[in-house]
Unconditional design. Structure first.
Length: 153
């Protein structure tokens, strides 16, 4: 999968810990800082892929983070904790995005940093890359890359 991202129609991104460094910001109720290479990657594929976001955070936090990070117009669909009864690792969020976008799991590549998100995407039938942003949360059997490595594809 590393060399051929073109086989997928849709990229779905997790927000917290994947696109933004949000751990301390959730605690303090602040807006989070984006990972620059992550945004570079998203913008590189915008217009070439359909892009969506899935987040266990509230709709308000996600909206604030997207505005603050100048990403508000990058995603066709955004699913938050407010849209579902069950958050990750339940696959409900991913299944809802698949339904909203009218795509099959095989057409989707998910970018997640946390084991619960990886499990959620896998349970929905999607391919997953665990993005290593320095958290040290390796998951056996799941492809892992940094944003720097992904940006070179």
């Amino acid at each position: 999968m590393r060399s051929d991202l073109t086989q997928f129609k849709v990229f779905i991104f997790d927000l917290d810990g994947t696109l933004i460094d949000s751990e301390r910001d959730h605690i303090n109720g602040l807006k989070a800082d984006v990972f620059p290479q992550a945004i570079h990657f998203v913008k590189k594929w915008r217009g070439r892929k359909r892009l969506a976001m899935v987040s266990n955070s509230s709709k308000q936090f996600v909206k604030n983070a997207l505005v603050h990070g100048r990403m508000i117009d990058l995603f066709e669909a955004v699913c938050t904790a407010d849209d579902v009864a069950h958050g990750k690792p339940d696959p409900e969020m991913y299944r809802l995005i698949l339904e909203w976008m009218d795509v099959l799991p095989a057409e989707v590549l998910v970018f997640e940093d946390h084991p619960s998100g990886v499990i959620s995407a896998q349970r929905a039938g999607c391919s997953v890359i665990r993005v290593d942003t320095g958290s040290g949360r390796s998951i056996e059997g799941v492809e892992e890359m940094t944003w720097k490595e992904l940006s070179q594809l």
